[in-house]
Design a protein around this ligand. Structure first.
Ligand SMILES: Nc1ncnc2c1ncn2[C@@H]1O[C@H](COP(=O)(O)OP(=O)(O)OP(=O)(O)O)[C@@H](O)[C@H]1O
Length: 242
C-alpha cells in the first residue's frame, strides 16, 4: 500500500486555479521530496492534506484511508511539521510535548513513555528539561519532529521545515530526516523550493503552476547529465532558488 496517494486533486481560490489534476503516490519507507518554486501550489496541497482546507476536487489517501470518507483515520496516520514553529518558547521541551499529548487525549503514563522514546530517537534525550528558547533552530525543529511522531503516524510531512535555518543546520536536519527513513522505515514527504535538499536516490515530485510536471527517482529525472538544476529550470521555466 502507498504511504500517500493523491488522486486528481484540484483546488481554486475563487477563479484562481492553484492545483489542477495533481496525482501521485509515495512509497512506504521512502524519502519523497516535493519540489516547486514559489507559488507552485505546495502550501495549497499541504493545507488540504492537513484538512486546513476542505477538498474541492479529487481525493487524498493516507495509508489507504480516504480524507473524504475516513478523515479521522487518515489524519491519525499523519504527523506534520509546519513551516512556522508552534512551540511555546517558555516551556521546556518535555512540557511542550506533554501539552500536545494531553490535547490528543493520550494517557499520562503512555505520553511519558512515548516522549522519552521520541526524544531519544531525535537525539534530544539530554534536552528534555531545557526551555525551548535555549535551543538552537535545528534542535527546535527536531523537537517538532518528536512532537509530530508522538502518536506514531505512518507518514511524516514536513513543510519547508528547514526554512530559516543556517546552511549547516539545514543540511543536518535534512540528513536527520533521511536517517529516520533509512533506519526506522519512516515514510516522509519533504516539501521544499531548494534543489540542494534533494538527493539522487530520492523519489521526487516537481510541482509548477499547480501541475505536477515530473515524478520519479531524482537521479533518473536529472539524466542524462545528472544536472537536476537544468532539469528543474527546463521543466518549470524557473531559475533555481538560492
Ligand atoms: N489565499 C489565497 N487566495 C488567492 N490565491 C492564493 C491564496 N493562497 C495562494 N494563492 C495562489 O495559489 C497559487 C499557489 O500558491 P501556494 O501558496 O500554494 O504555492 P507554494 O508552492 O506553497 O508557494 P510558496 O512557497 O510561495 O508558499 C499561487 O498562484 C498563489 O498566488
Amino acid at each position: 500500500m502507498s504511504a500517500l496517494e493523491v488522486e486528481n486533486l484540484g483546488f481554486a481560490y475563487g477563479a484562481r486555479e492553484a492545483l489542477q489534476g495533481v496525482g501521485f503516490r509515495t512509497a512506504p519507507g521512502r524519502f519523497t521530496a516535493l519540489l516547486g518554486p514559489n507559488g507552485a501550489g505546495k502550501s495549497t496541497l499541504i493545507a488540504q492534506l492537513t484538512r486546513l482546507y476542505e477538498l474541492q476536487r479529487g481525493d487524498i489517501r493516507v495509508a489507504g484511508f480516504s480524507l473524504r470518507e475516513r478523515p479521522r483515520e487518515a489524519l491519525r496516520r499523519l504527523g506534520v511539521v509546519f513551516q512556522q514553529s508552534t512551540l511555546d518558547l517558555d516551556l521546556t521541551v518535555e512540557q511542550n510535548l506533554r501539552y500536545h499529548a494531553a490535547l490528543h487525549g493520550m494517557p499520562r503514563v503512555v505520553a511519558n513513555e512515548r516522549i522519552a522514546q521520541e526524544l531519544q530517537r531525535q537525539h534530544l534525550a539530554e534536552r528534555g528539561r531545557s526551555k525551548v528558547r535555549e535551543l538552537n533552530g535545528g534542535h527546535r525543529r527536531r523537537v517538532e519532529i518528536a512532537r509530530a511522531l508522538l502518536h506514531k503516524p505512518s507518514l511524516l510531512l514536513l513543510d519547508e521545515a528547514s526554512a530559516g535555518l543556517d546552511p549547516a543546520s539545514r543540511r543536518a536536519l535534512n540528513e536527520h530526516v533521511r536517517a529516520l527513513c533509512r533506519t526506522e522505515g519512516m515514510s516522509v514527504l519533504w516539501t521544499t523550493h531548494l534543489l540542494d535538499e534533494v538527493q539522487a536516490d530520492d523519489d521526487l515530485l516537481i510541482l509548477d503552476r499547480g501541475r505536477l510536471v515530473a515524478q520519479g527517482r531524482a537521479g533518473e529525472l536529472s539524466a542524462p547529465d545528472g544536472d537536476l538544476e537544468r532539469t528543474f529550470t527546463r521543466l518549470t521555466d524557473n531559475p533555481v532558488a538560492a
